[in-house]
Design a protein around this ligand. Sequence first.
Ligand code: ATP
Ligand code: MG
Length: 343
Amino acid sequence: MDAYAVEMRNISKHYGGLWANRNINLQVKQGEVHAIVGENGAGKSTLMNILYGLITPDSGAILINGQEVKIASPRVAIDLGIGMVHQHFKLVPGFTVAENICLGMEPRQGLLVDREKMLAMTLKMSREFGLTIDPAARIKDLPVGILQRVEILKALGRGARILILDEPTAVLTPGETRELFNTIRKMAAQGKTIILITHKLKEVLAISQRVTILRQGCVAGNLVTRETNERELASLMVGKEVSFQAFPREEVKGATREVLRVDRLSVYDSFGVKKVKEVSFGVKSGEIVTIAGVEGNGQTELAEALAGLGEVAGGRIFVNDEEITSLQAVKRRERSLIFPRTG
Ligand SMILES: Nc1ncnc2c1ncn2[C@@H]1O[C@H](COP(=O)(O)OP(=O)(O)OP(=O)(O)O)[C@@H](O)[C@H]1O
Ligand SMILES: [Mg+2]
């Protein structure tokens, strides 16, 4: 049998009394999409940061294509053909796509960077991997779906044959996610090995061939995807049976006074960009109201504006019919408008 593209043996890493990774064994075949799932804090990023040379494990061994290696830094990882796309992109906002992709390996003519060649190189790469981008566009002007494409190209351009994606869909719209999955399938068909960190079980089932489940720093399971299902994955992730039955939802009965009213509210973010544009809604007593949206679409700014922490650009907020739009946060708390921060 061929050696695994990636094999991690008995990897452990602790922080004080907490085991972020404990005796973890991971085996990833070449050309497969391998999902790593687990709840928040299960140790997924730690394990992948170890593979990418960002964290040194306390103990354990790593084998790439059957050869034991010491990955002391991302430089070593890249030389071994490992690439990683982090959840928070690491691109230079003022640079162009081509400048970011070629960073550190710019084609030169004498001492100067050969810009024409750099653009041509980027375009060639983009065609080769089927990832459409505009090499001359500036990073700061691009949507996240495209930025992720740039990150992937950057890794592939450095010769990645093993690509780690840490929660890549967290910042994507459903359409962008579908596109990313097409790209992943294409890369796998070209023989690349993909390790995908996620905690969305539907994604695991849609894209991976095998899945490793982590729980509290340990491996809770290792399964062939087509032989498992959402229920089994969820119970391995949390360590007990998980009910998928929807909670019964009932209309709120009795007193249904409107306690919060938001009227054409607009809010700036910390960069002065208008993130909430003329949003109106009301919340009745006893109700639970969900604000849904992909990260970065104004939810945080809306919540902060309600709490008195953001800069309101227009519109009004009422609590129990009293206007509070310009009240300080502490005054709002006195009126029982509480905003527990989640980090
Ligand atoms: N540098 C650090 N110092 C102390 N504790 C850490 C450090 N890095 C991670 N941890 C802890 O180790 C555990 C595993 O963290 P890790 O980031 O690997 O989890 P994760 O599975 O990626 O979670 P998430 O889904 O939230 O990204 C967590 O309890 C975390 O708080
Ligand atoms: Mg993580």
